[in-house]
Design a binder for this molecule. Sequence first.
Ligand code: SF4
Length: 459
Amino acid sequence: MNLHEYLGNRARKTIMKSVCTTLERNPEKNIPRLFKMLKLLAKDEDSNKAIRNIETYYSDNPSIKQLIDSILIETNPKFLKKFFVNFIANAIWIGGKKRSELLENEDIKVPFTLLISPSMRCNLHCTGCYAAKYDKLNGLTYEEVDRIIGEARDLGVHYIIVLGGEPFFVDFMYDIYKKYDDILFTPFTNGTLFNNDIADKLVSLGNVMPMFSLEGFEKETDARRGSGTFNKVMEGMDLLKSRGIPFGVSSATSTNNLKTVTSDEFIDMLVKKGSRMNWYFMYMPVGESPNIDNMLKPAERIELGRLTKKIRSTKPYFTIDFFNDAPYVGGCIAGKYYCHINSNGDVEPCVFAHIACDNIKDKNLIDIFKSEFFKGLRHRQPYNKNMLRPCMMIDNTNVIREVSEKFNAHPTDESAEAMLHDKDFQAKLDKLSSDFKPYADEAWEKDFKSKGNDSFAKG
Ligand code: SF4
């Protein structure tokens, strides 16, 4: 390290320390100072621009101001600090530099986040669960999860999403969360196991911020997840809110619940419960008995994107639409910004694309990221010019078939088998794709002026 770098690092550490101290004491009273320090820390232009944008939204948009103020006032300071250090500093800045160097020097694209399903065991049996066909008896061991996460961290990954199955069924994950306290973890949970003991454990960790699955109010949620589920989730939220633990909600949208999960009543209820964000997914034709009729109709899929944006700009609530926000991240992110390790150890490029060439039991993560399969897939991205049609399974249906054949990827469950080899099922998916195209083309021009994030799109 030369003198210039040494001094730069020292200055950075001093500013980081000041940010942490400010977050621990009255952060809401020091917001201009916080923005100033964050801009000093963010050396790269993209991060700096993102902070400037948030600052502008904060001063110009009352709902964003309300959201940020309430997060700073109501969140347990330990979580604020962990979010800043683990997510902003470690995952975006420090990890980002490491990942960029690997890409520039060795053409290895290390994803920003890793999704991992340690086990498929679950106390519920939800209709249309994308993961229903995975093996429920076996799972990854503590040693395997420990190894994967250690390798990921060494490669600059500091944000991990934990799926399943029900993540809170896997006791050893608490040891993982504790051991990797420089990583931010987001378990996606059905919320039915929460009690005082679990909430206290999360407080003592500080780096675990859950997302509760909800398909709407009691009627919609219980119809899919079983009677009593909605009320258990409400109790879980109360336990976290009372301790200042930040959390969000993930909603699978289908033609049956689109209106409900984007309604003012639903969002207002969640804001009141203490949730900070909603992550909208679309019901996908994977998992148990995939039913294309349950998927959003073309106009509904576009409407979801517009409603998501409206909530984001009018409510003190952050929203992400996994599909309609794709233009902001350059289209499909499979195998590029994220991937999924299933409970068998197969490394799938996307949590919905149940195909794999490699298993973490046979290879190190870095060798999987530099495999021909991952490289070949990302070099095809974006699959077309319209980033509102990002998907290799439902919008560009040839892609999953061609890459699987070319790289000899195997299906990791029955529904992927159908996607790759069942002609009738393929014809239905092709129709779905061609039906959606005119709607997507119109919205691409109208809502995005035919422009997405080209620099993120490159594989
Ligand atoms: S394959 Fe489809 S679902 Fe998966 S990341 Fe790409 S666009 Fe999203």
